[in-house]
Design a protein around this ligand. Structure first.
Ligand code: SF4
Ligand code: FES
Length: 248
């Protein structure tokens, strides 16, 4: 395949960015999108140019590092992570725009790399449980209803990629926050901090400057882990309960 890439280049957080066009030839349809960028970067390096900065780590859809906007869609045309997107998803001769996540709480560090530490601070505000020290409890010592275990596991598959924020017209991180609240709040181990968790994490979400959820649903449409909108309903129910119990 031969393709044309138009890539956002921005030398640093303070500099202005712009789209730069690159022709990439002999691309295998079996390459992942990141491997195609690797090939381009190798060429840029050999030519003495600055390679395109992009985030990645596991390259198998589990770390959540590799998000970019491809042709206006977070993670591109398949509902998967950018590292799991293959070039066979594009036509020979395609012109492909590649941009970083666009959201105020995710400032660009360089090229396609954004600072997602706002997510870390939301987790720090309540995404944990207190675990007493001592010997490990016996397996099955704490029964969990199958339904709760399944919903908690589904919510726990959120990899913190940030695609939901990039896709949301409000720049909201509600799907991410709701997934992190839900996966702990449904389990017995998550009950002691249930109220403080939802109050703290929702307050931090606002503090970071993310927008509010207005049920548009773009987030779940691009989420590589298929986190459903009902996760947000669970969070809202938790939040209302916590607010009513903690008003005094
Ligand atoms: S909810 Fe989905 S899109 Fe949002 S951070 Fe988690 S995995 Fe990524
Ligand atoms: S590099 Fe880890 S999810 Fe893509």
């Amino acid at each position: 395949m031969n393709i044309t890439l138009r890539v956002w280049r921005q030398p640093n957080a303070a500099a202005e960015g712009r789209m730069v066009t690159y022709r990439v030839e002999d691309v295998s349809e079996h390459m992942s999108f990141l491997e195609m960028l690797d090939v381009l970067n190798e060429r840029l390096t050999l030519e003495g140019d600055d390679p395109i900065a992009f985030d990645h780590d596991c390259r198998e859809g589990i770390c959540g590092m590799c998000g970019v906007v491809i042709n206006g869609i977070a993670h591109g045309p398949q509902q998967t992570t950018t590292c799991q997107l293959h070039m066979r998803s594009f036509a020979d001769g395609a012109v492909i725009d590649v941009e970083p996540w666009r959201a105020e709480p995710f400032p660009v560090i360089k090229d396609l790399v954004v600072d997602r530490s706002a997510f870390d601070r939301i987790i720090q505000a309540g995404g944990f449980i207190s675990v007493p020290t001592g010997s490990a409890p016996d397996a099955h010592a704490t029964p969990v209803p199958k339904r709760d275990a399944d919903h908690a596991f589904d919510a726990a598959t959120c990899i913190g990629c940030g695609a939901c924020v990039a896709a949301c017209p409000n720049g909201s991180a509600t799907l991410f926050t709701a997934a992190k609240i839900t996966h702990l709040g449904l389990l017995p181990q998550g009950q002691p901090e249930r109220d403080s968790r939802v109050l703290g994490m929702v307050a931090q979400h606002e503090e970071e400057g993310f927008g509010s959820c207005t049920n548009i649903g773009e987030c779940t449409a691009v989420c590589p882990k298929g986190i459903p909108l009902e996760t947000i309903s669970r969070m809202n129910r938790d939040l209302l309960g916590a607010l009513s119990r903690n008003q005094a």
